[in-house]
Design a protein around this ligand. Structure first.
Ligand code: HEC
Ligand code: HEC
Length: 295
């Protein structure tokens, strides 16, 4: 009996250790070329592609730009997008380009802090090296705000950050966008924007029980998701079935009204106002081309 118990204990340690070893492996993606020349003006545009302002600013309460957003309500708790202004203490002003790149590409901050996927780094990992380098330069040029944002309100066990390393080992694939050779340059630009910086799927793609986007259901819409009570599907088949075409789609996404004169409300209204209205005509055309054609 004693022997059996000893065997079970040893087995338990071995299996538990192997699981920990597997789930807590460090995450490293493809190396980025961070020696590229930065362009702040371009970086400010990338900020609008990425929706950083919409999430990291408390728009409803006229909060200072990028000084911390309204809490994101999720089934796991409330996540407060932190202050990411250039303030050295309350913001990210002390960060190096390498640290910023790691946060965006593998969801890891300085001192090995593992981020929750409420910060959509699973999309940002697709961003190009040039976009990351330019974005960093723009972030360092933002007006510093010295006040920290409030902490998250997340209960046990989700408040254990190390668990996010396990989550990333299960669900994060650090990678860069890979264009499809049989598609046009415009389509590929649209696919890059939608799946990379603009992270449309963060709200429009269903998530599994552990909060990871289910890419087999890309853009299929969510009932009761984090983006609002109902996030409609925006996959090509659904958009066409709803009668959208390139002109109506671009009008709605930049003007905020559907052809039936409904407003795009809630979080989508913020996406329109803080991001899409700032996009170039060419990028809007690329987005519409990709969405209406589909994968
Ligand atoms: C959907 C909302 C959302 C969007 C969009 C978003 N973020 Fe965040 N971001 C968050 C949340 C939530 C956190 C906190 C994550 C955590 O604590 O684990 C965060 C954390 C960060 C951090 C880490 C800050 C720190 O002090 O550790 C950086 C840097 C960051 N975001 C940059 C950006 C940039 C740049 C963009 C635009 C390209 C962006 N974020 C867009 C929600 C968002
Ligand atoms: C923060 C969450 C969020 C993000 C990010 C987001 N959406 Fe939305 N989207 C919504 C919500 C919520 C609605 C429903 C708005 C309403 O009913 O008023 C919506 C509605 C839409 C609609 C209207 C569809 C219809 O049939 O009525 C389109 C089109 C759309 N989004 C496209 C996009 C695209 C393209 C992106 C990426 C550039 C995007 N969305 C990013 C939350 C989001």
């Amino acid at each position: 009996m004693r022997r059996l118990l000893a065997v079970i204990i040893v087995l338990g340690i071995v299996v538990g250790g192997a699981a920990a070893f597997y789930f807590l492996r460090p995450i490293n993606g493809p190396e980025r070329d961070l020696s590229l020349t930065a362009d702040v003006a371009r970086g400010n545009y990338v900020m609008r592609l990425g929706g950083c302002v919409a999430c990291h600013t408390d728009l409803k309460n006229n909060g200072a730009t990028l000084a911390g957003g309204a809490p994101l309500k999720t089934p796991f708790g409330d996540f407060v997008p932190p202050n990411i202004t250039s303030d050295p203490d309350a913001g990210i002003g002390k960060w190096s380009l390498e640290e910023f790149s790691r946060a965006m590409s593998v969801g890891e901050g300085p001192n090995g802090k593992h981020y929750y996927p409420a910060f959509p780094y699973d999309n940002y990992t697709l961003m190009s090296d040039q976009d990351i380098v330019d974005l960093y330069a723009a972030m360092m040029a933002t007006a510093p705000i010295a006040e920290k944002a409030p902490d998250h309100n997340v209960g046990f066990p989700f408040n254990i950050r190390l668990a996010m390393l396990g989550w990333k080992n299960l669900f994060l694939t650090p990678q860069r966008f890979a264009p499809k050779a049989d598609k046009s340059a415009l389509w590929n630009r649209g696919a890059y924007l939608a799946n990379g910086p603009a992270h449309c799927g963060a709200c429009h793609t269903p998530r599994n029980m552990l909060g990871a986007s289910d890419v087999t259901q890309l853009f299929k819409g969510v009932r009761g998701g984090t983006g609002g009570a109902f996030v409609p599907p925006i996959d090509a088949a659904s958009l066409k079935a709803e009668g959208w075409d390139e002109a109506t789609l671009i009008d709605a996404l930049t003007g905020g009204f559907t052809p039936e004169f409904d407003t795009l409300g809630g979080t989508m209204g913020e996406v329109v106002n803080e991001s899409l209205t700032h996009w170039t005509d060419e990028d809007m055309k690329a987005l519409a081309t990709y969405l209406l054609d589909g994968e």
